[in-house]
Ligand binder design. Sequence first.
Ligand code: GTP
Ligand code: MG
Length: 214
Amino acid sequence: MSTFIENSSTLETMFNIEIPKVKLIFLGDSGVGKTSIINRFVHNVFIDKLDSTLGAQYSSKIIEYPNFNVALQFDIWDTAGQEKFKSVTKFFYRDALIIILVYDITRESSFDEIKNFWLNQIQIFGEKDAIVCLCGAKNDLITIEQIKEEDARKFAKENQIYFRLTSSFNNEGIDSMFEFLGKIYLKKNNLVKNKNSFSLSTKKKKIKKKKKCC
Ligand SMILES: Nc1nc2c(ncn2[C@@H]2O[C@H](COP(=O)(O)OP(=O)(O)OP(=O)(O)O)[C@@H](O)[C@H]2O)c(=O)[nH]1
Ligand SMILES: [Mg+2]
């Protein structure tokens, strides 16, 4: 179980702790649903007719992992999928240790682009030890899917990347995708703390207790 914390920036000063941060980038063709996933994760909203992202956009959110006594801040970069921005996107790969590659399950061409373009780009510009996840978006539209889950899963396995299905519309698979990738990042970088260390939750509880007795 993990908890999600909005308004992350003041937590470190409030509780005098250092929260590990990871840069995460979203890649994929225009209209596949990258911004919608981020909007759902960060603000829990779905906007039906979104404008295409221009350049790139930053947002952040912290997930707390009470079982690991640690929290992790995701510094999220949403990139623009439009053709004219593709050459700019490469500047965002630097230090991105989590990469989410998004395709639209109802649009085969968006999956072909992952195979023929985005994976190559990651190999050229991406950090060598980045955690990469293939994400099939718009899973609420499964009745008109063009890419079968088993084919996408097989492709991910062959390329040694993780795989997740999401729907921003239904709020399905999004929190769990971030939670899952964050957990892999924490373990890979030995950031999981032992049970006796002083966690954010412990600090919050102590502060609450103090308030009661004063
Ligand atoms: N049914 C359904 N529609 C979705 C979903 N996610 C996004 N959409 C629709 O797809 C459109 C495009 O989504 P965006 O999130 O803007 O796509 P994007 O990948 O950020 O596109 P660019 O910014 O152009 O790169 C949205 O306006 C929504 O109408 C989803 O989970 N289900
Ligand atoms: Mg966008």
